[in-house]
Design a protein around this ligand. Structure first.
Ligand SMILES: [Fe+2]
Ligand SMILES: [Fe+2]
Length: 502
């Protein structure tokens, strides 16, 4: 995985004429916004609604300022600037990767044609739907994570949470820009709806299931940024291939930011497992709650839950919509240009597992209809790498226990496994058998309560909660004990009043 590393470098590099940022604008951008008054007015009238949403449903913990990365350029190096900024003054901007004037469509029936700079009428509805669904996930995760600041295991982690939050806010801007710029009145309506639906709301929920679940604690947050943000990375990877060039360029730049979200998840779970491994080795026990750590079987249950709910985000294994998106050039495969085939897939086949006669069997299906599965298989292989790395923390202290990725059919509500009862190891069970064992596989209310009890805030620079190992290095070359976040006095006072351990 080349994308998972801590952000480095602060100085913006010189950028070419197509990637220049007009930073004098109220909305920083590299799309010549000032030359399109209508679009600028539309975005400027959406901006107060966004800020209002951020105030109401963004991070709850009051802060003075946060050491944040702000996107300021799209050049090859040094695209970001780091500084302490008040979060409500964060410069959410619109940035597209530089335009490649020679870019051609890489797959489907328009393969070889120049990419589109405008939306073709025949694909308008589908493209708007793809952008809306992607856009809906961005503010949803901010809403899901809004309470976490109050229980942050350190200022370092608190800063990483807020970094993810502001960037998901910017990703919302990215999608709203496309809706406003290319879809007229319909696009403006959709952009307003993106702020009207809310995570978990009974009447106006977010579009996708995983984005309506509460993020109850920091272990779940790390699992979310590992498994669910990673689904986002793979979806962006398919849109980056799109024949609709503004969408492709938007997603290419979002992927740069997404790499940090992957890092937060991968390193957050790694540090949790590391502390768990250390406590297991030190006490010769698996019941770690009494020592202030999270037992490995509880970590496994959180992993099972977040992995399975994220697998549902890929949709049905077989999908005629996915085939139409591909053939139409709207959505490609993960790393389309590295695939060694005709990029049309009319006669190609793909293996698909399904449940038949009480067993899991493999069928061969038309590749074109199995593109959701193709993407999901890429994702699963990537997830497996992470689990492998987490297990190194257990091996390092001489333990035999290991975390495992559950079977693809476990706990699924969408696609071929929905309605079947598959164990984490891939056995087909009856509903009764499955439910009898579910407590051992998925977090129970009691598990979540016991984890929640460990989640007391640690707001002193360099101080870390006992359930998680500190990171080896800080952010952007800063020390681990750097003052990444300055809390508002109100928050500090509340914190002291609660007698929080320092
Ligand atoms: Fe995002
Ligand atoms: Fe993300």
């Amino acid at each position: 995985m080349t994308t998972e590393r801590a952000p480095v470098g602060t100085a913006p590099a010189p950028v070419g004429p197509l990637s220049k940022i007009d930073y004098s604008q109220r909305i920083p951008n590299n799309v010549n916004l000032s030359e399109d008054r209508r679009l600028q007015r539309a975005l400027e009238s959406w901006q107060p609604q966004f800020l209002d949403w951020w105030q109401t449903l963004g991070p709850q913990l009051p802060t003075k300022d946060v050491y944040l990365r702000t996107a300021i350029a799209v050049g090859r190096d040094g695209w970001a600037h780091f500084d302490h900024v008040p979060m409500q003054e964060y410069r959410w901007g619109i940035f597209l990767a530089p335009r490649d004037l020679d870019r051609r469509i890489g797959f489907g029936r328009h393969k070889g044609d120049p990419v589109w700079q405008e939306v073709p009428g025949q694909h308008r509805a589908e493209l708007m739907r793809l952008i809306t669904v992607q856009g809906d996930t961005e503010p949803a995760s901010v809403e899901q994570q809004r309470a976490l600041g109050r229980t942050a295991p350190s200022l370092y982690d608190l800063r990483n949470l807020f970094q993810v939050n502001v960037e998901e806010g910017r990703h919302l801007w990215a999608m709203v820009y496309l809706l406003h710029a290319y879809f007229g009145r319909d696009g403006r309506n959709e952009a307003e709806q993106l702020l009207r639906r809310h995570s978990g709301d009974r009447n106006t929920p977010r579009i996708l299931g995983a984005f309506n679940q509460a993020t109850t604690d920091w272990l779940q947050f790390f699992m979310f940024t590992y498994f669910t943000d990673r689904d986002g990375k793979y979806q962006l990877g398919t849109l980056k291939e799109s024949a609709f060039d503004p969408l492709a360029r938007t997603c290419a730049f979002m992927l740069k930011e997404e790499a940090h979200h992957m890092f937060v998840g991968a390193s957050g779970v790694q540090r949790t497992v590391q502390r768990t491994a250390e406590l297991m080795a030190a006490h010769g026990s698996v019941d770690l709650f009494q020592y202030g750590g999270i037992p490995l079987d509880v970590i496994q249950k959180y992993l099972n839950a977040q992995f399975s709910v994220s697998m549902d985000l890929f949709g049905s294994e077989q999908s005629t919509n996915a085939a139409a998106y591909y053939t139409g050039g709207l959505k490609g495969r993960w790393q389309e240009d590295r695939r060694d085939d005709d990029h049309m897939l009319r006669a190609a086949k793909y293996p698909m597992r399904t449940v038949r006669g009480g067993a899991i069997v493999e069928d061969t299906v038309p590749y074109l209809t199995a593109l959701n599965l193709d993407l999901r298989d890429e994702y699963v292989a990537d997830c497996r790498n992470g689990v492998h790395r987490w297990n190194q923390a257990l091996a390092a202290v001489g333990l035999d226990e290991r975390l495992v990725l559950p079977h693809e059919g476990f706990n699924r509500t969408i696609g071929t496994y929905a309605g079947h009862w598959i164990s984490p190891t891939g056995e087909v069970l009856t509903s009764e058998e499955w439910h009898r064992k579910a407590e051992a596989w998925l977090p129970t209310d009691e598990d979540r309560e016991r984890v929640a009890k460990l989640m007391v805030p640690h707001y002193q620079p360099g101080d870390f909660a006992g359930w998680i190992a500190p990171p080896k290095v800080g952010i952007n070359g800063q020390p681990v004990e750097f003052d990444y976040v300055h809390l508002d006095d109100e928050a500090s006072l509340e914190d002291q009043a609660c007698g929080v351990r320092r």
